[in-house]
Design a protein. Structure first.
Length: 325
């Protein structure tokens, strides 16, 4: 409600957002199919309602004030929901499948999400497109409406690092342990050299302290994973010598196998493959894990989204519980 007791107009908020995006009243009017006087009247009425200046006129056009930017964010959400409504209506009229775009980083795409997609698409009532995106990009895609759901992670060493606000809902799905990836030949003491390959067969045999590897060369992951490595190493009392950085797990395995360095990898990365001459060791560090969770837009209660979340919960419970046991 405004100070005058009159409800704010959704159309005015949408217009304010468009003015901020286009940079002028005339450009906003053209984009929306309105006349410029009609656009100006909406903003004048909104400023009168709020008792605040929302738009500053400059020599280069217009700029939103701090108050204007705040209200324009709500206009952006209105625009996203209208766009979503148009797509759903078009699908309904054409009797098309419900469609979702899901984004996730590679280790989660190839494990949790891939397994969930099999269950979701089996009945033929849902069409899912899957794209890879690291957490910051994935959050931005969901917030902007370019993706419907993201499955992302947040490192225990870096709490509250995800840019999540009230426009998004976060649902934890479970913990993914972080492991030290090295060559079996470089591990002191007995390490299994035959039998099953993967996290479950190696991790339970031996654990290590991160500080024991202070003199090693390191292979970092994506920017988020690199920040986690630096935070964990700092807590362990050293600065890692980072020689390479890659977000490709297969490249990381090859570099470690060649003796280039060691790396911290999520246990999910070892689910599909761990080369026989490598060891993935658990770390004696309570923060050596990352929390996996699903992000959706607040208030998005479409049946397709709920069905996707339900399948992600089912797969995550089975898969992540096995990695943590």
């Amino acid at each position: 409600m405004g100070d005058s007791g009159t409800q704010l107009s959704a159309q005015a908020l949408l217009t304010l957002w468009r003015i901020g995006r286009e940079g002028s009243f005339s450009a906003a009017a053209r984009a929306m199919g309105w006349t410029q006087p009609a656009i100006s009247q909406q903003i004048t009425r909104l400023e009168s309602q709020t008792g605040l200046t929302l738009v500053d006129r400059t020599s280069h056009g217009v700029e939103l004030t701090a108050a204007g930017q705040m209200l324009a964010r709500h206009g952006a959400m209105i625009a996203e929901r209208l766009d979503q409504a148009e797509h759903e209506l078009a699908d309904y009229k054409r009797h098309r499948l419900a469609r979702l775009r899901v984004v996730a980083p590679p280790s989660i795409c190839s494990t949790i999400v891939a397994r969930a997609m099999v269950g979701l698409c089996r009945g033929g009532a849902l069409e899912v497109s899957l794209d890879q995106a690291e957490p910051p990009e994935a959050v931005a895609l969901v917030r902007s409406g370019k993706a419907d759901l993201a499955v992302v992670f947040e490192h225990r060493s870096l709490p509250h690092s995800l840019p999540v606000d009230d426009s998004l809902d976060w649902e934890p799905l479970g913990d993914d342990p972080l492991l030290l990836l090295t060559r079996k030949a470089d591990v002191p003491g007995p390490v299994p050299r035959e039998g099953a390959v993967g996290a479950a067969s190696v991790v339970r045999e031996q654990a290590c302290d991160l500080a024991d590897w202070r003199d090693a060369s390191w292979i970092a992951g994506c920017d988020t994973c690199k920040a986690n490595l630096l935070a964990m190493a700092e807590a362990a009392g050293f600065t890692p010598q980072i020689r390479h950085a890659t977000d490709d797990y297969w490249t990381t395995q090859t570099l470690v196998e060649m003796g280039v360095g060691v790396s911290i990898v999520p246990a999910l990365d070892t689910v599909n493959h761990l080369q026989a001459d490598l060891a993935a060791l658990s770390l004696r560090d309570p923060k050596a894990s990352r929390q996996v969770g699903a992000l959706t837009r607040t208030g998005d209660e479409r049946p397709a989204v709920e069905a996707c979340l339900a399948e992600l919960r089912r797969v995550s419970t089975r898969l992540l519980r096995g990695l943590s046991s």
